[in-house]
Ligand binder design. Structure first.
Ligand SMILES: NC(=O)c1ccc[n+]([C@@H]2O[C@H](COP(=O)([O-])OP(=O)(O)OC[C@H]3O[C@@H](n4cnc5c(N)ncnc54)[C@H](O)[C@@H]3O)[C@@H](O)[C@H]2O)c1
Length: 396
């Protein structure tokens, strides 16, 4: 199979979807790898480093024109959607539930589009979202601490306080991969930290992980509302797999916060979990609504490509090799967790939460890929095999 890697063109995106390690592994499996000239530059990977492991360095049109499997990091930009061939498979972050126009474009391309963020492992976790969530979580607290500085528009409070002066209060809503890593950094910076989640088992795990250094709170409209008046920094990190993010803070509640408090909406890539959020970029990361600073960068890990590229590709490589070795249909038949990643195939939306988010018809991936009934008997790229009974991501 020909595997292609274009340069990421989203503003301030410096990650790349494959490292020389991946080129070598694919070459060992008999595949040909086409890398767009300069694709690794943002992550300090030279064309020569790819070539040394057997890649061919090509212009962008050859990547889109020749590759059977195209690997990306962020969702395809409008000019890239038009380059997708019907026989190609695109494997990248897609975040389609809040993006009807992109979803329609991908359907019209006829290509098979697999989203990193809805692939699941045998335990129902998100192995291809987790590494970026860990990074985004850590950045969320760093960015929030920075934006709280007065010259940047914030309240002018130091997260950790100093002897004789109390620390700032940090509320983290959603205690998954993002929330836990945001909390670890906030704890490290000596803030007072409260983590909210609706999943009691998750709160139990967090309680043990924090060892008393942060509080866990069952998330509800009232419990959030009661703490907002004391809060300096809110980090929004909720996720319902594949679906548009629910609003956990409404515009009418912004007035409960202190003036110039900071909201960091990490869930902005799924549409945002604060009603007043809208996507921003690293170059212009914040805006103000009703006296509250909003930070809503959609590709936070893109700012630290040297960490993110390796964290991402360590996780994606086993799946990339499975798809290259078997083709997407057979790889998805063998691994029901990978099948959950198939968001668009045969011109149809094949993920129920995406279909609901964009108000388009849902067609099961088994049908769109011509697999027949789900088998649930595969080994899976994580070696354990996910069960077909989890093919209802919206239920998580
Ligand atoms: N902006 C970025 O650059 C960036 C980077 C990585 C991840 N993300 C996004 O961050 C979000 C979180 O990702 P994750 O990997 O931590 O997900 P996760 O599945 O690990 O955790 C999400 C948590 O939210 C909880 N939750 C769901 N609904 C809730 C509610 N109403 N109130 C409180 N908690 C609720 C779940 O129980 C779960 O523990 C996702 O939208 C993801 O796409 C954004």
């Amino acid at each position: 199979m020909k595997v292609g890697v274009p340069t990421e063109i989203k503003p301030d995106e410096y990650r790349v979807a494959l490292t020389p390690v991946g080129v070598r592994e694919l070459a060992e499996h008999g595949h040909e790898v086409l890398i767009e000239k300069g694709a690794g530059e943002g992550s300090a990977i030279s064309d020569a480093a790819y070539e040394a492991q057997g890649a061919r360095i090509v212009p962008v049109e050859d990547v889109w024109g020749e590759a059977d499997l195209i690997l990306g990091v962020k969702e395809p930009q409008p000019e890239e959607v038009g380059l997708l061939r019907p026989e190609a498979t695109l494997f990248t972050y897609l975040h389609l539930a809040p993006a009807p126009e992109l979803t329609r474009g991908l359907c019209e391309s006829g290509a098979t589009c697999v989203a990193y963020e809805t692939v699941e492992d045998s335990k129902g976790r998100l192995p291809l979202l987790a590494p970026m969530s860990e990074i985004a979580g850590k950045i969320a607290t760093q960015a929030g601490a920075f934006m709280l500085e007065k010259p940047l528009g914030g309240r002018g409070i130091l997260l950790g306080g100093v002897p004789g002066v109390p620390p700032a209060n940090v509320m983290i809503i959603g205690g998954g991969a993002v929330g836990m890593h945001a909390a670890f950094i906030a704890i490290g910076m000596e803030a007072d930290v409260f983590v909210y989640d609706t999943d009691l088992d998750r709160l139990r795990e967090l309680d043990i992980a924090f060892g008393g250094r942060a509080s866990t709170v069952f998330s509800s409209v009232l419990s959030i509302e009661e703490r907002l008046p004391q809060t300096d920094l809110v980090i929004g990190a909720v996720l319902v797999h594949g679906a548009r993010a629910p609003y956990v803070i409404k515009r009418s509640q912004l007035g409960l916060l202190k003036p110039q408090a900071v909201l960091v909406d990490v869930a902005i890539d799924q549409g945002g979990c604060f009603e007043t959020s809208r996507p921003t970029t690293h170059r212009d990361p914040t805006f103000e609504v009703d006296g509250v600073i909003h930070y809503c960068v959609t590709n936070m890990p893109g700012a630290v490509p040297i960490s993110s590229t390796y964290a991402l590709t360590n996780a994606t490589l086993p799946y990339v090799i499975a798809v290259a070795d078997h083709g997407i249909a057979e790889a998805a038949r063998r691994d029901p967790g990978l099948r959950l990643g198939v968001n668009v195939a045969g011109g149809k939306v094949t993920h129920p939460a995406v279909a609901e988010g964009v108000s388009l018809e849902y067609v099961p991936p088994e049908e769109a890929l011509g697999l027949g009934e789900p088998s649930g008997d595969g080994a899976g790229a994580d070696g354990a095999g996910a069960t077909a009974t989890r093919a209802t991501p919206g239920a998580h």
